[in-house]
Ligand binder design. Structure first.
Ligand SMILES: CC(C)(COP(=O)(O)OP(=O)(O)OC[C@H]1O[C@@H](n2cnc3c(N)ncnc32)[C@H](O[C@H]2O[C@H](COP(=O)(O)OP(=O)(O)OP(=O)(O)O)[C@@H](O)[C@H]2O)[C@@H]1O)[C@@H](O)C(=O)NCCC(=O)NCCS
Ligand SMILES: Nc1ncnc2[nH]cnc12
Length: 286
């Protein structure tokens, strides 16, 4: 079991690396671009991923041990501190520490409890909602960009998305990723299709923080138009994406929440199918 939980942690780290490697991405940091960011670059993200390396396996361990939210939160806050120490105080993965950490904990829980498994990767979101959702549904008083987006503009963010079982991740991001792979797309095409499909619908609080509700609405419409024009399956997509990346940078917008969900989708996609196979006795009860 220890090795399986360590494996879950490795898949989470690989998923963060896959998100970072995707190039280009509108407004986001890639191996060749800084996107809409003056304070971070590819090396900052590499250092951050390195600092988070032990974290996700620990989340899987805590999930397997049946931990409540308090120990997970304590481990998450320690991971945030390690991230800030490695990046010189720059927020690279705070959202991923939270979302991917919870999903890794859910995967650990399902690995240890076959009776709780159910068909499909959305079982992970169900575990998060059922086991820990009530504990973080109410935001603490500490100010954050996400809290401001909710209070001032009614836009829900990472906390609300996780408390609802990650509906955008499992209804949009992961299906888009897998559909593109099934159509013969490579990692790059699948990543772009999943990212842009997500940006078209996600209430991304990073976009609200940078551009207000109008910035979020513009980014959603522009992403939707890219997808409606055939996404990566239509001729000329690379030129259309390059133009979109330029426009995101001109407007200084960065969809960090959607980037986190792309990493989460790579993670869910890579998990072994058996985690989502219904245990025989669970099927009888259902
Ligand atoms: C619950 C927390 C995550 C706090 O959340 P809150 O809602 O209070 O908001 P923020 O502190 O603002 O951070 C939320 C981050 O989540 C990502 N995100 C945004 N929208 C969504 C969404 N709709 N669904 C899912 N995820 C979303 C996003 O993170 C990514 O972007 C960050 C980089 O952005 P950038 O613009 O460069 O950076 P900033 O410094 O923020 O702004 P600038 O000034 O530069 O413009 C990066 O973090 C990405 O990961 C949001 O930023 C939480 O912090 C918490 O409770 N943590 C404790 C740990 C914990 O409990 N862990 C659980 C362990 S299992
Ligand atoms: N590649 C990236 N660039 C900027 N912000 C991000 N948040 C998560 N991934 C990111």
């Amino acid at each position: 079991m220890r090795r399986r939980l360590a494996g879950i942690g490795e898949l989470a780290v690989a998923a963060l690396a896959a998100e970072l490697a995707l190039d280009p991405k509108p407004g986001l940091v890639t191996p060749t671009r800084r996107g809409s960011h003056a304070d971070m670059e590819h090396a900052t993200f590499v250092a951050s991923i390195d600092a988070l390396r032990p974290y996700f396996a620990d989340c899987a361990q805590l999930g397997a041990a049946g931990a409540g939210f308090a120990p997970l939160q304590a481990r998450g806050l320690a991971a945030e501190r390690a991230m800030f120490a490695a990046t010189g105080g720059i927020n690279t993965h705070k959202g991923a520490v939270f979302s991917l950490g919870l999903l890794a904990a859910a995967a650990g829980r399902l690995a240890a409890r076959p009776a709780e498994r159910s068909a499909g990767a959305q079982a992970l979101g169900e575990v998060v909602r059922r086991c820990w959702g009530d504990d973080f549904a109410t935001p603490p008083a500490a100010p954050s960009n996400g809290r401001r987006a909710l209070r001032e503009h009614g836009v829900p963010g990472a906390r609300e998305h996780a408390a609802a079982g990650f509906p955008v991740l499992f209804a949009v991001t992961l299906p888009a990723l897998q559909a593109a792979l099934a159509r013969g797309g490579g990692e790059r095409e699948a990543g772009v299709h999943a990212l842009l499909s997500t940006m078209a619908v996600l209430p991304d609080t990073n976009l609200v923080h940078r551009g207000g509700p109008a910035g979020l609405a513009w980014a959603q419409r522009a992403s939707e138009a890219f997808v409606a024009a055939g996404s990566v399956f239509a001729a000329g997509w690379e030129a259309r994406l390059a133009a979109l990346c330029d426009e995101f940078e001109r407007r200084w917008l960065s969809p960090g929440g959607a980037a986190d969900l792309l990493a989460a989708a790579w993670f869910a996609h890579a998990l072994p199918d058996e985690l989502f196979a219904v245990a025989p006795h669970a099927a009888l009860v259902a």
